[in-house]
Design a protein around this ligand. Structure first.
Ligand SMILES: C[S@@+](CC[C@H](N)C(=O)[O-])C[C@H]1O[C@@H](n2cnc3c(N)ncnc32)[C@H](O)[C@@H]1O
Length: 241
C-alpha cells in the first residue's frame, strides 16, 4: 500500500505528529519499511520501542492490524491518551516494558517491528535469538529500522567534520546495513535476511530537525556535519524460522 505522506500528515495533523516525534520521522520510516512487509488485516504486531506510538498508530490505521505498542521511556498511560484521541483503542494496546523482559507468550506475533529503537538494546549476539525472535510465530516477520552508517568505517573512521560527534555511546551503535546483516546471519532463529538503506533518510531527519523540538534542533549540527553522506537509516527484514 502506497499512501502519500501528505495524506498521512493530513490524517493525523501536522501538529500532532511534530509533538510526538522522538527522532527522524518514524511514520515515514515505517511506511518505507512496510513496502518490504506482508501486512494483512488482523495480524498481531509487536511495535518495540514505539516511543509515543506514531508507528503503531500508522500500522493500525492504514493496515487494520492489532498493535502492542511497547515502550520503556514513555508511560503506557500517556500512550493510551493518544490512542483514545485517535479512536484506535480497539487496535492499539499500550504496554510499558523493557526489551529484555517483554510480557508476551512465545509464538504470539505475526510481525515484530522496531523503528529507531533496536540499536539501544539489540546490537549484541544474543538479543534476537533469546528475546525477540521467540515471540514471533514460525514464518512471521521481524523488521527494524535504525540510524546507522552507509558503510563500515575503514581505519580513517568518520569524516573530519563528523568525527567530533562520533564519541558518544549512542554513535557506537550506528552500524551499516551489512553489519546488521552479518549479525542476523549468525542467528539460528531467522532466515531470508534483507538489509538496505532507506531512501527517506534525509527527509525523515529534516522533519525531526525542524519540528520545533529542542532536542531536534540540537541534532542539527550533527546531521549537517555529515557532508560525506556517511549516515543512513538502515533497515533489516527477516523471516522467523
Ligand atoms: C529515539 S526513541 C524512538 C521512539 C519511536 N520509535 C520513534 O521513532 O519515534 C527510542 C525509543 O526506544 C525505547 N527503548 C530504548 N531502550 C529500550 C529498552 N531497553 N526497552 C524498551 N524500549 C527501549 C525508548 O523507550 C524510546 O522510546
Amino acid at each position: 500500500m502506497n499512501i502519500k505522506w501528505e495524506n498521512i500528515a493530513a490524517d493525523f495533523g501536522n501538529d500532532f505528529l511534530k509533538q510526538n516525534f522522538m527522532g527522524p520521522n518514524s511514520i515515514m520510516i515505517m511506511a518505507e519499511l512496510a513496502e518490504s512487509l506482508d501486512l494483512h488485516p488482523g495480524m498481531k504486531v509487536l511495535d518495540l520501542g514505539c516511543g509515543k506510538g506514531l508507528t503503531s498508530f500508522y500500522l493500525a490505521k492504514y493496515f487494520n492490524v492489532t498493535v502492542f505498542a511497547t515502550d520503556l521511556w514513555i508511560p503506557a498511560t500517556e500512550n493510551l491518551k493518544r490512542i483514545n484521541q485517535l479512536g484506535l483503542e480497539d487496535k492499539v494496546f499500550p504496554i510499558h516494558a523493557e526489551a529484555r523482559t517483554l510480557p508476551y507468550a512465545n509464538d504470539f506475533f505475526d510481525l515484530a517491528v522496531s523503528v529507531d529503537a533496536y540499536h539501544y538494546f539489540g546490537t549484541d549476539e544474543y538479543y534476537l535469538n533469546n528475546y525477540l525472535a521467540p515471540l514471533v510465530k514460525a514464518g512471521g516477520q521481524i523488521a527494524i529500522a535504525v540510524p546507522g552508517v552507509t558503510a563500515d568505517f575503514d581505519k580513517n573512521g568518520p569524516s573530519e567534520t563528523l568525527k567530533k560527534y562520533c564519541v558518544s555511546g549512542e554513535f557506537q551503535t550506528f552500524k551499516s546495513n551489512a553489519w546488521w546483516n552479518r549479525l542476523w546471519l549468525r542467528s539460528e532463529t531467522v532466515e531470508d535476511i534483507k538489509s538496505f538503506d532507506l531512501k527517506c533518510h534525509k527527509t525523515a531527519w529534516d522533519e525531526w530537525l525542524y519540528s520545533g523540538s529542542k532536542i531536534g534542533t540540537g541534532d542539527i549540527p550533527f546531521i549537517e556535519a555529515d557532508t560525506d553522506n556517511q549516515l543512513a537509516v538502515v533497515a533489516v527484514v527477516a523471516k522467523k524460522k
